[in-house]
Design a protein around this ligand. Structure first.
Ligand code: ATP
Ligand code: MG
Length: 386
């Protein structure tokens, strides 16, 4: 029955000067989300975005994809018609019949919105007219304007769109409407959720993965790629950078105290991440840290780690419980991949007794045994885009 999906977006962020560019971004996100479908046309018609398909069978899958695009607030499967009153009435009756076969409908309501004022009949009058014709066609239904079993919504724009269902989406703001940031993406449960949360605020994200090949396997790489792909369903195209930090770990092992390993390695990760972010015009970093979750995530550790760089680090999970984070991971669809057993670098080199309350002075002293700049440059030279 349906041949088109209407997508409405949050008017609040789409007002004013930025409207055109937000809409443009949203349309490119939609195009990316639907890249695997054939016979699709995406276009704007007076304030909404429409996705038309030649294959009605794809409709459910298209809706499932659109539900995840940040910035869309509501989607309605619709029937598209020309704007002739008689055609609209016939199509409305046809849609009503289709709905009535699927569910028990005793009462209904018609609502018309005329965004194109060239349409010759006023909205209220036209609703009454369509309602009358439905009453004439079906003798077991009545109109109920307060609590109808079904509401037929007729939206008259350059074309006309008839629908009866509003499907809620994940919401958020259009990607790209709020800057760019670099997500430190490990293979764990937390960082994908952190990326999701920040991207939902309209931030375009790219991701950086540190590995210690050959101590970590190719499969760990594959796992991170998979997580990136899950996130792309919401966030659009994500560039995934990878860096090998094996030499950094070796240097730390050779010249520093074992319990400082995690903190020192983290400080290196931040420096490299900051460098990549700056070179690719990203303004902030994102991590999946959550206060108190593990030894490395105390206030003191966070302070010492952040001290290594100037760039702000967003930590959207900071106040969440592990179970809350796990539930989010399940909802967004990253959990199953995150719990695959392949190690990322940190578990391989993790100290037996990591420092819980590191002191900046002694960390700086340990670092003075290392040639920090050279190690960062050497690691940076392993940069790959996965
Ligand atoms: P996650 O589940 O995201 O791995 P975690 O609970 O294991 O988090 P940590 O290992 O302490 O926590 O890492 C904290 C954060 O540091 C991660 O959420 C991630 O943002 C970043 N991080 C840790 N290891 C890596 C890595 N190998 N590559 C990229 N980022 C990493
Ligand atoms: Mg981890």
């Amino acid at each position: 029955m349906y041949n088109i999906v209407a997508a409405s977006f949050g008017e609040i962020f789409l007002k004013g000067k930025n409207r055109g560019s937000f809409e443009h971004k949203l349309i490119s996100q939609i195009r990316f989300a639907l890249k695997d479908f054939k016979g699709i046309t995406i276009y704007k018609d007076l304030g909404k975005v429409f996705v038309e398909t030649k294959n009605e069978d794809d409709m459910d899958d298209i809706i499932e994809k659109l539900r995840k695009v940040f910035g869309i607030v509501v989607i309605s499967p619709s029937v598209k018609t020309e704007t002739s009153p008689e055609v609209i009435i016939e199509k409305s009756i046809e849609l009503f019949r289709y709905l009535k076969e699927k569910q028990n409908i005793k009462t209904f309501k018609i609502k018309t919105k005329r965004s194109d004022k060239n349409f010759p009949i006023k909205s209220m009058d036209f609703s009454a007219e369509v309602g009358g014709r439905i009453l004439a066609a079906f003798n077991d239904v009545t109109v109920d304007v307060h609590n109808p079993d079904v509401e037929i919504y007729i939206d008259i724009k350059k074309s006309c769109y008839i629908s009866s269902e509003k499907i809620k989406t994940v919401g958020g703001m259009p990607i790209g409407s709020c800057g760019r940031a670099l997500l430190l993406l490990s293979g764990g449960i937390d960082s994908p959720v952190a990326g999701y949360m920040i991207a939902k605020r309209g931030v375009e994200i790219n991701a950086l993965y540190f590995h210690t090949y050959p101590f970590t396997s190719e499969r760990a790489n594959e796992k991170v790629k998979q997580l990136k792909e899950r996130l792309e369903e919401y966030c659009g195209k994500i560039k995934l950078f990878s860096i090998n930090i094996i030499e950094i770990h070796k240097a730390i092992k050779a010249f520093c105290r074992e319990e400082e390993t995690t903190i020192l390695a983290r400080r290196f990760m931040m420096r490299i991440a900051e460098k990549i972010a700056k070179e690719n015009k990203m303004e902030m970093l994102i991590t999946g840290e959550s206060l108190g979750q593990v030894a490395g995530q105390t206030m003191k550790s966070m302070t010492v780690i952040e001290n290594a760089i100037d760039m702000p680090i967003l930590k959207p999970l900071v106040g969440m419980d592990k179970t809350e984070i796990m539930n989010s991971a399940k909802e967004i669809g990253t959990f199953e991949t995150s719990i695959l057993p392949y190690d990322d670098c940190c578990s391989v080199f993790a100290p037996t007794h990591p420092l819980i309350n590191p002191k900046l002075d002694s960390i700086l002293k340990s670092e003075s045994n290392l040639n920090v700049e050279e190690l960062v440059e050497a690691a940076y030279s392993t940069l790959e885009i996965l």
